[in-house]
Design a protein around this ligand. Structure first.
Ligand SMILES: *Cc1c(COP(=O)(O)O)cnc(C)c1O
Length: 355
């Protein structure tokens, strides 16, 4: 099946003769029969739930994996990978990386994992960082917020014969533009809060695996025992969002490309960062940080807010949300290009850039 069909049907696990859309199962617990067995196949919602099984099924098929685990947030999904590592493991992560996960590595895993941040777009830097206790390479491509690209295939080739897992945060690219498992990665991570959910109203995260190996079993154990699972209602909303993902991504991509062309020709804009696909871009203002902040304040259609991947366009001064240790340029604005009419978006930014 192709992605449009998977997106619509793989998250809808229905019985013949039943409702056409899988119902929401809010029950936290499931009945036992006279023998003490669980005839529904479910026992307790932290362990498993029909809506979560449906979400995990569609995630698995979208990324071409063998299995998936859904979590309460993208950060919880990332944390499950880090928790599954032996203490003392060396982890290589990108310098330009989603700041929430970077902070998690620095704060929560301080003293538990040995984390090293490298320029992941530089293959030599990754190669030079490898150590005897390296157990995980964390890739994020395109990266946040500079939209740098890393070569997933080349990085995976580097560690092919070693006992090192490669996990790729595929939140920005989505399975529409990139399938890291097909390029050699062991695991894919998503913040489903973003494009997969697509409507800025459901928090969630997912991991998809290429193999149901021992490391994956550890991740499944973390999901069950640590319990950072996604609620049935958020599963329902995320599945509903996924149905239109391939079509939404075409719209995000087309709008972003036109916005990039507009920004590149604008005299108030210094640099534009865009990987050539998808709906995320960032740009720097020619007149510095205060100009950037003014622009983010002056838009009428673009909402000044963090996050991304919804149908509505968002604009954000990135350095001020990332905290004092950020390397993000002070005059950088990150834009999540939504699905509004492109002429309205261009007009809105044009007016804001004149303020
Ligand atoms: C938002 C985001 C995350 C974290 O996801 P949450 O759902 O907010 O926990 C991780 N990686 C990327 C690239 C993100 O944009």
């Amino acid at each position: 099946m192709e992605i449009e069909t998977i997106a619509i049907h793989a998250g809808n696990l229905i019985e013949p003769g039943s409702a056409a859309i899988q119902p929401l199962t809010l029950s936290t617990t499931f009945q036992r029969d006279a023998q003490g067995a669980y005839p529904s196949g479910y026992m307790y919602t932290r362990i498993s739930n029909p809506n979560r099984v449906a979400l995990e099924n569609v995630l698995t098929l979208l990324e071409g994996g063998e299995d998936a685990c859904a979590f309460s947030s993208g950060n919880a999904a990332g944390s499950a990978v880090f928790q599954a590592l032996e203490p003392g493991s060396h982890v290589i992560a990108p310098v330009d990386m989603y700041h929430g996960l970077r902070n998690q590595l620095k704060v929560v895993y301080n003293g538990i994992l040995e984390v090293e941040f490298v320029d992941m777009s530089d293959l030599e830097a990754v190669k030079n960082a490898l150590k005897s206790n390296t157990k995980l390479i964390w890739i994020e491509t395109p990266s946040n917020p500079l939209l740098l690209l890393s070569d997933i295939t080349a990085i995976c080739d580097l560690v092919k014969t070693k006992d090192i897992k490669v996990c790729c945060d595929n939140t920005f690219a989505t399975p529409v533009f990139q399938n890291p498992l097909k390029l050699g990665a062991d695991l894919v991570m998503h913040s489903t809060t973003k494009y997969l959910g697509g409507h800025s109203d459901a928090l969630g995260g997912g991991l998809i695996t290429r193999n149901k190996d021992e490391f994956w079993q550890r991740i499944c154990a973390v999901q069950e025992h640590s319990g950072a699972v996604i609620s049935p209602f958020d599963c329902y909303l995320t599945i509903r969002g996924i149905k239109t993902l391939p079509y939404r991504m075409k719209g995000h991509d087309a709008n972003a490309k036109q916005l990039v062309a507009f920004l590149k020709s604008h005299q108030e804009v210094a640099d534009v960062f865009y990987p050539g696909f998808g709906g995320m871009l960032s740009f720097t203002t020619a007149s510095g940080e205060s100009a950037a902040k003014k622009v983010a304040n002056a838009t009428k259609i673009f909402i000044q807010a963090t996050s991304l991947g919804g149908v509505e366009s968002l604009i954000e001064h990135r350095a001020s949300i990332e905290g004092p240790d950020t390397k993000t340029p002070r005059n950088l604005l990150r834009v999540s290009v939504g699905l509004e009419n492109i002429n309205d978006l261009i007009e809105d930014l044009d007016a804001a850039l004149k303020v």
